[in-house]
Design a protein around this ligand. Structure first.
Ligand SMILES: [Zn+2]
Length: 343
């Protein structure tokens, strides 16, 4: 399986994340990918290549152009306004306020385009986000050209980013761009399976009213964890998209027997629908020792999950999402890939 990876992810490394009322070193940090790369090498995944330059056309077509311009220019505007630190949203539109009027002031704009304040923007964030989606695009082209699978080792991750909001460590939704590119290259039915511990709210939102991209997400129940305000089982899609969105929220302490039953159900729905290609939002924060999650998966469970996904026999692009037990992120990620290959 070819792996696409760009060193430019290192350009995004905020000094601080707002967590528990304190500024801490962000859980989403560059070393995550070092552990994954080391493990890939150790397990003989040696075909690791840098992606070609990002192709902006499919990104601007899918996402809000104003949002993309904001991401590109936010740092310069922030500095020009005399702000001393990294970009952190302090004021967001809440109940009773205007949701559709974009402020002129950069502090206000940040609030408009952000949904969660833990995520900081730095000088290198835009370039890193572009390098991340470039890996996803290269993986998509590789599979569209005939490979049975590819792994986009994306960082920053993407599945929490909507068409016009960042948060949850995500800026550009790599999996959504990948799915759209499969549609553009001729696939009529594209499935996105999100196994990250957190709900893939951004991906759900982008495809919520569409019947050509099916979305299924296994995640911590929103009444108990981020992103808190979305991810319930009764969110099934809207309009033409009704019946093409499947959420599997699970409570604190969920282990592999329940989690894998949800996975099997999602797989059955994707197969019954007749998906032609699959995009997997591959987070490994369902692991038992993950510092910001509450499922109980063991490392071997990730191998088994990969095997179940592989049995679908669909052309598949894996996009890296979360996973924060850094010393085990490599093992658990590669376990999924090995299980998939094994099937
Ligand atoms: Zn996650």
């Amino acid at each position: 399986m070819r792996v696409f990876y760009s060193e430019d992810h290192r350009l995004h490394f905020p000094q601080a994340e707002l967590s528990g009322g304190q500024f801490v070193t962000p859980f989403e940090r560059p070393s995550r990918l070092e552990y994954i790369l080391n493990r890939l090498r150790k397990r003989q995944f040696l075909d690791v290549v840098a992606p070609e330059a990002v192709d902006m056309a499919p990104i601007t077509a899918l996402l809000d152009p104003g949002y993309l311009t904001f991401l590109e220019t936010a740092w310069d505007e922030w500095k020009a306004a005399g702000m001393g630190g990294e970009i952190i949203a302090a004021n967001v539109p809440a109940r009773g306020m205007h949701m559709d009027r974009i402020p002129e002031n950069i502090d206000g704009k940040v609030g408009y385009y952000c949904h969660a304040s833990e995520t900081a923007i730095t000088q290198g964030t835009w370039k890193a986000a572009l390098s991340s989606v470039a890996s996803a695009q290269a993986a998509q082209r590789h599979v569209a050209a005939g490979a049975n699978a590819a792994f986009a080792l994306c960082r920053p991750p993407g599945h929490h980013a909507t068409a016009d909001q960042y948060g949850g460590f995500c800026f550009i939704n790599n999996a959504a761009v990948t799915a759209q590119m499969f549609r553009d290259s001729g696939a009529e039915r594209v499935a996105v399976l999100d196994i990250d511990f957190h709900h893939g709210n951004g991906t759900q939102d982008i495809f919520y009213e569409r019947a050509d991209v099916l979305f299924a997400s296994l995640h911590g129940a929103p009444q108990q964890t981020y992103p808190y305000f979305i991810g319930y089982a009764d969110e099934k899609g809207r309009g033409e998209g009704e019946g093409y969105n499947f959420n599997y929220p699970m409570l604190s302490g969920t282990g592999y027997s329940q989690w894998s039953a949800a996975l099997d159900d999602a797989i059955a729905k994707i197969s019954a629908w007749g998906a032609e290609v699959l995009v997997v939002s591959l987070g490994v924060d369902a692991y038992k020792d993950d510092p910001i999650s509450f499922f109980q998966l063991e490392s071997d469970d990730f191998t088994d999950a990969g095997r179940r996904i592989g049995r679908m026999k669909l052309p598949t692009v894996f996009c890296m999402e979360g996973g924060y037990a850094v010393e085990m992120v490599g093992v658990n990620t590669v376990n999924v890939l090995e299980g998939f290959a094994d099937a």
